[in-house]
Design a protein around this ligand. Structure first.
Ligand SMILES: [Zn+2]
Length: 222
């Protein structure tokens, strides 16, 4: 039989649980339009392209390697420099920009810190991503030599161009990492994760926080 002294604690736990649930369910969804947007005002130096522009806001913006996001195929990697806090103007050096890029003077383009990959936005926004809860099972790993370096990858995946395959370890591919938080799924981590149609993994928490509501809130988590 429970002693009466435990009742207040039990009640308090329930109340905290309710508050916590409400905070979680009311977390706002971060859309693509909520990311800092870079409006391109000028493109200079055709041999060493540089985009001069102005940000909509500077939340999370830092002068560093970063992306101007335009889907997986046309996003531009570059370096953001000279961010002026007062005017929100900055320069973005983009060695891979070309005149055929869809990003031109007048474009307004979401900016993404280079900590992330452009595909991280795409996979969360993609209505066809088809995330499936999946139990991780170990599979063969292909070991290879690349110069003096030894590496391995999931068997069947493309090896680096100059790699020489060596041995196969039948259960060597024993975990994956969550694409967004890097937590382990498989050996040393959760048994289950979520996999999209491109064989990318998310942990349960990132699935519920980002993939399910299609929220890009992770970009502000670093
Ligand atoms: Zn995660």
């Amino acid at each position: 039989m429970r002693s009466p002294e435990t009742h207040p604690d039990a009640c308090r736990t329930d109340v905290l649980g309710l508050v916590y649930d409400r905070l979680v369910t009311e977390r706002p969804v971060t859309h693509l339009k909520d990311l800092p947007a870079f409006q391109v005002l000028q493109i200079t130096n055709a041999d060493d392209p540089e985009l001069i522009g102005v940000f909509s806001h500077l939340k999370g913006v830092r002068a560093a390697r970063s992306w101007l996001y335009h889907g997986d195929a046309d996003s531009l990697i570059g370096d953001l420099v000279d961010v002026d806090e007062a005017t929100r103007q900055a320069r973005f050096t983009a060695p891979f920009w070309s005149p055929s890029s869809p990003i031109q003077v007048g474009s307004v383009v979401p900016w993404l810190d280079g900590y992330w990959q452009a595909y991280h936005l795409t996979m969360i926004l993609d209505p066809e991503a088809a995330w499936k809860r999946t139990e991780f099972t170990a599979s063969p790993a292909q070991h290879f030599r690349q110069g003096h370096v030894h590496g391995w990858t999931k068997a069947g995946h493309k090896l680096p161009d100059d790699a020489v395959p060596t041995s196969v370890d039948e259960l060597g591919w024993d975990h994956e990492h969550c694409e967004l938080c890097q937590s382990k799924i498989g050996r040393g981590g959760d048994d289950h994760g979520y996999v999209d149609r491109n064989d990318r993994w998310l942990c349960g928490r990132c699935y519920h926080d980002y993939a399910e509501p299609r929220s890009l809130g992770f970009v502000f988590s670093i």
